[in-house]
Ligand binder design. Structure first.
Ligand code: IPM
Ligand code: MG
Length: 364
């Protein structure tokens, strides 16, 4: 029986709730496909700060390194938001991404026909939306040094550094080109080349690499224009590749196409083995949503869909991944909704109930 080691990091806010609902669905997959998951739960983020004074412990990182995959709920919340605090929950997430070498963040955005009315955009704009944003995750302004504040005669000052090396840019562009090749063969590289030197290097490298991918149509788009096109003609996009912070901002925007942040999964991947699998970190895009934490109303489907990505990209179990994705479609088709995607005539259910419904659909 195939056995997989998973580290589970529920984290903060709605994290523990969506993870527990997601694991319910995972148990159903375990039964149906005769797999075995060895789960180890650990702490990260604010929960870790409260217990250990740091956002993640070295032994947790080590445990993750030895696992097949890591499932994370969310980190952060108002309790730890003080901008002058020496430790912040987000540091735990960044340490995981960097420490595990997970440079490629895939954020698929798909509009489920049943949910088109949950979006603030008109249904006809959303027709056919099916894209993947490939976000660079371990470089750029998130990690560049110097990053600090100081006092000077002219008052307080601060600096952040946006730095990229050729190697960092090439490896993420390669992920974009390869993914486009497997899909509709359109790659949009997003930058700010009219202003930023790092973007000009990015664009030059993309153009150089394009000759190795004659089957892929590469186009460049400035990030501000991309923000506009994403809501004007979202169905035009296939694969979007971009640097860390642009990807952070654009994926929150893109999430709104799907109607709710509660529907968007993500996979963070590093180097792959020859069979295409490798260690990965899987998390819903939505974050800790402290305003609704502990109420059993958060949408666990982003977590369920993240688990599907885990089955596909880290565990090499594509059939199980597809079964989970189909189960989500089925539950939506049956008219079950969490509060964020509620609509007239549909039945609103809680977080845990949604997890159980997906589990039942997997086994049905
Ligand atoms: C995301 C989040 C994180 C980020 C935060 C929580 C550090 O916004 O995954 O998009 O900025 O990368
Ligand atoms: Mg974000």
């Amino acid at each position: 029986m195939a056995t997989y080691k998973l580290v589970v990091l529920p984290g903060d806010g709605v994290g523990p709730e969506v993870v527990s609902a997601g694991l319910e669905a995972l148990k159903a997959v375990e039964r149906r496909f005769a797999l075995r998951f060895e789960l180890t739960e650990d702490v990260v983020g604010g929960a870790c700060i409260d217990r250990f004074g740091v956002a993640i412990r070295p032994e947790t990182l080590e445990r993750c390194r030895r696992a097949h995959a890591v499932l994370l709920g969310a980190v952060g919340g108002p309790k730890w938001d003080d901008p002058t605090a020496p430790v912040r929950p987000e540091q735990g997430l960044l340490a995981l991404r960097k420490g595990l070498g997970l440079f490629a963040n895939l954020r698929p955005v798909k509009v489920y026909p049943y949910l088109a009315q949950a979006s603030t955009l008109r249904p006809e704009v959303l027709e056919g939306v099916d894209m993947v944003v490939v976000r660079e995750l371990t470089g750029g302004i998130y990690f560049g040094r110097p990053q600090r504040q100081w006092r000077s005669r002219r008052g307080r000052q601060a600096v952040d550094t946006l730095r990229y090396s050729e190697g960092e840019i090439r490896r993420i562009l390669r992920v974009g080109f390869e993914l486009a090749r497997q899909r509709r063969k359109r790659l949009t590289s997003v930058d700010k080349a009219n202003i930023l030197e790092s973007s000009r290097l990015w664009r030059t490298l993309a153009n150089e690499m394009a000759s190795q991918y004659p089957d892929v149509e590469l186009r460049h788009m400035l990030v501000d224009a991309c923000a506009m096109h994403l809501i004007r003609r979202p169905a035009d996009f296939d694969v979007v590749v971009t640097e860390n912070m642009f990807g952070d901002i654009l994926t929150d925007e893109a999430a709104m196409l799907a109607g709710s942040m509660g529907m968007l999964p993500s996979a963070s991947l590093g180097r792959r083995r020859s069979d295409g699998t490798g260690l990965g970190l899987y998390e819903p895009v939505h974050g800790s949503a402290p305003d609704i934490a502990g109420q059993d109303v958060a949408n666990p489907l982003a977590t369920v869909l993240s688990i599907a990505l885990m089955l596909r990209h880290s565990l090499g179990e594509p059939a199980a991944a597809a079964a989970l994705e189909e189960a989500v479609e089925r539950v939506l088709a049956q008219g079950y909704r969490t509060r964020d995607i509620a609509s007239e005539g549909a039945q609103t259910v809680g977080t845990q109930a949604m997890g159980r419904l997906v589990a039942e659909a997997v086994l049905a």
